[in-house]
Design a protein around this ligand. Structure first.
Ligand code: 13P
Length: 337
């Protein structure tokens, strides 16, 4: 059932030492990121922000694919090149976030992800822009009574339906079940929740006959809640994350690319690096698909000012390079200086 097109996309996106950049912030998230540097979010400022990142010289040394937001597919760089074309020219695969954000699932504040209606038709439109892979994010909130079985089941089923539709239209799906870092929960709780979530996701993918060898998993790491006391150290995060992944992710899946999910840039790099120095045999390629952890320092350096574009790009390339080293277990903390 897997066709040549999907296999080629996987080949182009699974390259040792490289990872995926998530630059697919929707209007709300983009406004939040820009507000943090006192820039109003308009179509033009969002274009400038994308331009800074996507035109960074030698981006292709570290990045194999970029997840874009729909608006960005049709915007141009300062040099007048459509962003997906700019990426393709550098040998980077353009992708597209196809979910349409979150909606209320129940009274416990849990969410499900919108976007299945009309997805096939939208994919045909996106195809014309050169996009070759997709992303869909489901979220799970940890609290005393969440995530509920209802949320785990619904999100798994929808992730699988999404993945199936994308493969039928020739797109490699990135399946993103994000167990949120918010809260005071322990790493053990995160471990149990992630285990349940991944079990449900892979069961649903199997049921939908999704080709796992043409699917990328984008999980959160097994980590203590952001506000927890005595947060687990780098070693513990790496060990527990790999244990849970090994127990749940079939070896035929080619690539696992983590989200950063509110970890600091340094933390997310250190965790990825430790995963590669544990001495464990990993059946899949393990890399990154960070948004904030790659772009945060660049935005801060840029401040929306033309004279800071180069400084912003330097910050971005620094994080991209350090994460590239982390995928090879070659990162050390003193490289942060
Ligand atoms: P973060 O790395 O900022 O968590 O974003 C990844 C992503 O794509 C969220 O959907």
């Amino acid at each position: 059932m897997t066709n040549q097109e999907l296999k080629q996309t996987i080949k182009d996106m699974v390259i040792v030492g490289k990872g995926i950049l998530a630059a697919d912030e929707g209007l709300k998230s983009a406004a939040k990121r820009l507000a943090a540097i006192n820039v109003e979010s308009t179509e033009e400022t969002r274009r400038q922000y994308r331009n800074l990142i996507l035109s960074a010289p030698q981006l292709e040394n570290y990045i194999v694919g970029v997840i874009l937001f729909e608006e960005t597919l049709y915007q141009k760089s300062n040099d007048g090149v459509l962003f997906p074309e700019l990426l393709a020219k550098k040998g980077i695969v353009p992708g597209i976030k196809v979910d349409q954000g979150l909606a209320d699932l129940n009274d416990s504040g849990e969410k499900y992800t919108k976007g299945l209606d009309g997805l096939g038709d939208r994919l045909e439109v996106y195809k014309k822009t050169g996009a070759r892979f997709t992303k869909w994010r489901a979220v799970y909130n940890i609290s005393e009574n969440t995530p509920s079985d209802e949320s785990i089941k619904k999100n798994a089923e929808d992730l699988a339906k999404y993945a199936k539709i994308c493969q039928e239209h020739g797109f490699v799906p990135i399946v993103e079940p994000e167990v949120l870092i918010d809260g005071t929960h322990s790493i053990e709780t995160c471990n149990k929740v992630t285990d349940k979530v991944l079990k449900a996701v892979f069961e649903a993918l199997k049921k939908e006959n999704v080709a796992l060898d043409c699917t990328i998993l984008k999980p959160s790491m097994v980590i203590s809640g952001k506000e927890a006391d005595n947060r687990a150290n780098v070693d513990e995060v790496a060990k527990q994350t790999i244990k849970i992944l090994k127990e749940n992710v079939p070896a035929e899946l080619p690539s696992i690319n983590f989200l950063s999910g509110g970890q600091t840039p340094e933390e997310s790099t250190a965790h990825l690096n430790r995963i590669h120095t544990l001495g464990e045999e990993l059946p899949w390629y393990v890399s990154f698909s960070y948004a904030r952890a790659l772009q945060g320092p660049a935005l801060k350096a840029w401040q929306g000012k033309d004279e800071n574009i180069e400084a912003g790009q330097r910050e971005f390339l620094k994080r991209a390079k350090l994460n590239s080293l982390a995928t090879q277990g070659k990162y050390t903390e003193d490289m942060e200086k």
